[in-house]
Design a protein around this ligand. Sequence first.
Ligand SMILES: O=P(O)(O)O[C@H]1O[C@H](CO)[C@@H](O)[C@H]1O
Ligand SMILES: [Mn+2]
Ligand SMILES: [Mn+2]
Length: 397
Amino acid sequence: MAKFKRVIGIVTDSIGIGEAPDAAKFHDDGADTLGHIGAFFHGDWALPNWQKLGLGNIRADAPIPGVDPIANPIGYFGKMYEISAGKDSMDGHWEMMGLPVTEPLGFFPHGFPEALIKQIEDFSGRKVIVNLPYSGTEVIAKYGEQQLKTGDLIVYTSGDSVLQIAANKAVIPLPELYKICEYARSITTDQPYKIGRVIARPYVGDSAANFTRTSDRHDYALMPNAPTDLDRLQAAGVPTYGVGKINDIFSGQGLDDGVHTVSNEDGMNQTIKQVKSARQGFIFTNLVDFDAMYGHRRNAQGDGDALMAFDRQLGEMMAAMQADDLLMITSDHGNDPTFRGTDHTREYVPLVVYSKSLPGGASLGIRSPFADMGATILENFGVPDAGVGHSFLAALK
Ligand SMILES: O=P(O)(O)O[C@H]1O[C@H](CO)[C@@H](O)[C@H]1O
Ligand SMILES: [Mn+2]
Ligand SMILES: [Mn+2]
């Protein structure tokens, strides 16, 4: 019988806790999302609920300003580093679920090859402009007015394996944008492209001053190339439920059901709603605002405010939890809002684990790969794992 009837896994997307052992390989040495947000606030901010679970105890040697270690955390705490070739959301989430991404995904720092662009132009009947790495808000501010006049497609990428198409809904209706993205997805799945995600980036507005991206963004990810822990749970009859971007990241594979969300607040409300319901099994939640609204925008104030808002909802969630619930909070990569550039940063991710029926107070140490999370969930539900991760279930005592 499962030790915990329900496991709730929350990914605070892009909240790293200091440079990973291989950060230099990614030119990310010195990155520290949580530490630098704390420093930005001069310690004058607070994450009291997360801190109670042990967030500040993860690196007592180099405390996060404003989130000090405490004497008796009620949760278990540690940090993890990933072994995947990249530092994108897919790498992080797939690795959590037992499938590290070892073959690097296609990465096009100078834009996509002409032949691919031509295929997209031929299919859509529209011209492609930009075709360079860009911040998504900057690219529409710069080229959105041109798009309004011409109906051209704004194609851009980033430091991740992504092909993104920005389209003003007034000139390129949403169904058409989705169709073009589905087509782009279908031709970039295999080598020589093997692009992690094609992303539809709709926005509204009639001038650079008011262009605003909308929440009907859609990610078309590669299908997992092997079974993940979600598939293993599902095959064993353990219910699986995704909140937010989870369904997109796994292309729905291994998920029984789920809900898309419009914000972190909505994501937490949806998760709390499930916790208050009779649902059992694994609830997997992604909170993407930290990443999309603040990390990539290099907005430390916004990131910190969003973390404090999350912490308040975390308090609500802890109050709603039952004795046989297990909560895990972690992240998929870093995105230091004080770092150069606008890309993800290769960092450790925090791990805190909590249940009302456990005493807490112990360290889970430095763990790798992220698959330790999935292995623990599988062991809890009595499902054999693939041997990639190492379960820490026995340490929860
Ligand atoms: O700058 P925007 O459009 O937010 O895009 C960012 O979001 C993408 C996927 O989450 C990242 O690869 C980065 O490019
Ligand atoms: Mn992410
Ligand atoms: Mn991102």
